[in-house]
Design a protein around this ligand. Structure first.
Ligand SMILES: Nc1ncnc2c1ncn2[C@@H]1O[C@H](COP(=O)(O)OP(=O)(O)O)[C@@H](O)[C@H]1O
Ligand SMILES: [Mg+2]
Length: 241
């Protein structure tokens, strides 16, 4: 469902992503972990069509992002690391606005918005302005907005930053539920315990290069760390670079 082929981003001052190759299957939750500055956000911005790769290719659901960006982007629900919300709008108004941007038919949009607000425990807050929402509620609304057009692929950059444990669990459950509905989830995160619990496979990136990928057991084999938890495996892989 997601294929990155020799994906590279050279900011000239920094080679942020260096010939990255990666495949994610339909319905899989793929975790993308790495230290600060590893190139996660740069990769995700290229996948969302926000910035142009220096070289290499991205295909989403078999569609080449460069050749047919509109069709590829229709497949994607995109949640950036610093999402923008019009906080003077109510949750419902915001969803209507995003549905318009994605050209979702008004009737479909209204039904979908109600479904998502209910599913994400925001229904009672739909008519309140976003300014009054907690951080966790804002994050759930952003994810809801990214799902309005029924994407096949969800790409999320650091969805857990600043959330309290309860909100982390809610977001985790949302992502698990998506995967059950056969949505492919690509998520970057710093929260390793969560990655371990949530993800089918994990890719470890450092200095723009994929160091290892697989299940936690497979990563353990790559790092020769026996039966360690993801945190030890991660630190070993990154240290040995
Ligand atoms: N717009 C930019 N111009 C120049 N360098 C950048 C830019 N954006 C990110 N970088 C650099 O690219 C590297 C990767 O950054 P980033 O993709 O944000 O990493 P991560 O999300 O893993 O923390 C870092 O060294 C960062 O300083
Ligand atoms: Mg980042």
């Amino acid at each position: 469902m997601i294929e990155l082929h020799d994906l590279t981003k050279d900011y000239k001052t920094t080679l942020a992503v260096d010939r990255l190759n990666l495949h994610v299957r339909a319905g899989e939750i793929y975790g993308f972990i790495g230290p600060n500055g590893a190139g996660k956000t740069t990769t995700i911005r290229m996948m969302g069509g926000i910035i142009e790769p220096t070289s290499g290719a991205i295909s989403i659901g078999g569609i080449d992002l460069r050749k047919d960006p509109v069709a590829a982007k229709k497949m994607i629900g995109f949640v950036p690391d610093r999402p923008f919300l019009y906080e003077k709008l109510t949750g419902s108004e915001f969803l209507r606005f995003i549905a318009d941007l994605y050209a979702v038919a008004p009737r479909t949009a209204a039904r979908r918005a109600e479904e998502l607000l209910r599913q994400f425990a925001l229904w009672n807050w739909g008519n309140e302005i976003i300014e009054s929402y907690s951080h966790g509620m804002k994050q759930r609304l952003i994810i809801a907005a990214a799902l309005l057009h029924d994407p096949k692929v969800m790409i999320i950059d650091e969805p857990m930053v600043g959330l309290d444990p309860e909100a982390v669990r809610q977001v985790r459950d949302i992502l698990k539920e998506l995967a059950k509905q056969n949505v492919t989830v690509f998520v970057s995160t710093h929260t390793l315990s969560l990655a371990e619990d949530l993800c089918d496979r994990i890719g470890v990136i450092s200095k723009g290069t994929l160091l290892a990928e697989g299940t936690v057991a497979e990563l353990n084999r790559a790092a020769k760390t026996g039966n360690a938890g993801l945190e030890d495996v991660f630190l070993t892989l990154v240290r040995e670079g």
